[in-house]
Design a protein around this ligand. Structure first.
Ligand code: T3D
Length: 264
């Protein structure tokens, strides 16, 4: 009997994890098992102290085509509860990325549409193949934005561009996305995953306490006043200042050496 391959793959390298959405024949469109698998893989990587960075990518020619619309085929007499779907499956994925203390790098290997685009944009560092496209596809199927898009996009590219992208639901190429500040880098050819893994390996040598502080500070900044944010920075910096990695970093600087951080 043929066994279906897992729809999400989790591979652990020495000190980082690679999560691959694995429904290539459907451009990794999100089903319940895919979203559950993605959340479980993020939780696993987040809880593993050996894993100091996370790479997220898609198998095949797409990154993620958003909600699998086969799961939404209209049935006479039934109405889908998309709110429940978001609360139960999508929102926890976005929060697992944003609230993780570890850097999450997205290698957008191909088209990212609808909720798939916003899962990518929720990551900390977004790299995209030069052939990749981002589509806020929601209005094409009668929906508004979700998976954090209405929060992320205006912050990334400004209100005017965010509104036009959402209203027009037109694809935007990787180079344009980079020029607008929506993503970090466009990678030529088919080496976006290699580039993401090289970055993850590099980040894995850096002090994880710094990354936790960076992510917590940036996450809080959108809801905080300047005074609140200054207080939070002081709190986070107090904790960082007590770490062994801070002591190592300062000693290495003063000795003119490369620091060898220990992750504490
Ligand atoms: O719970 C909830 O519902 C919450 C709501 C979530 C919000 C959303 O994410 S809604 C937005 C859903 N996504 C879309 O509307 C995008 C739909 N897909 C497309 O527009 C196109 O497929 C793409 C522009 C992404 C790519 O086009 P192209 O020409 O490169 O590929 P294709 O031939 O259209 O797709 C390849 C296969 O993937 C094809 O299957 P087949 O015919 O070869 O068996 C196609 O049907 C399938 N596919 C692509 N996207 C989806 C999909 N199947 C199901 N759902 C999809 N979203």
């Amino acid at each position: 009997m043929a066994v279906n391959p897992p729809v999400v793959l989790l591979r652990k390298a020495a000190d980082y994890a690679v999560i691959t959405l694995n429904r290539p024949e459907k451009l990794n469109a999100c089903t319940v098992p895919l979203l559950e698998g993605l959340k479980a893989a993020l939780d696993d990587a987040n809880a593993d102290p050996c894993c100091r960075a996370i790479v997220l990518t898609g198998a095949g020619r797409g990154f993620c085509a958003g909600q699998d619309l086969n799961e939404r085929k209209p049935v006479e007499g039934q109405v889908p509860d998309l709110g429940a779907s978001l609360l139960e499956y999508y929102n926890p994925v976005i929060l697992a990325i944003r609230q993780s203390d570890k850097p999450v790098i997205c290698a957008v290997n191909g088209v990212a549409a609808g909720a798939g685009a916003n899962i990518a944009l929720a990551c900390d560092i977004v790299l995209a193949a030069d052939t990749a496209k981002f589509i806020q596809a929601f209005a094409r199927v009668g929906l508004g934005p979700d998976a954090g898009g209405s929060w992320l996009l205006p912050r990334l590219i400004g209100d005017a561009r965010a509104r036009a992208l959402a209203l027009l639901a037109e694809p935007i190429g990787a180079a344009q996305a980079q020029a607008w500040g929506m993503i970090w880098e466009t990678v030529a050819g088919d080496s976006v995953l290699d580039r993401a893994q090289a970055l993850a390996a590099e980040l894995a040598t850096r002090p994880p306490g710094s990354f936790a502080a960076i992510k917590q500070a940036f996450l809080a900044s959108s809801g905080n006043s300047l005074s609140e944010q200054l207080a939070l920075e002081a709190q986070l910096q107090r904790k960082a200042g007590h770490s062994e990695d801070y002591r190592i970093g300062v000693n290495a600087f003063l000795a003119g050496e490369q620091p060898r951080f220990v992750g504490r």
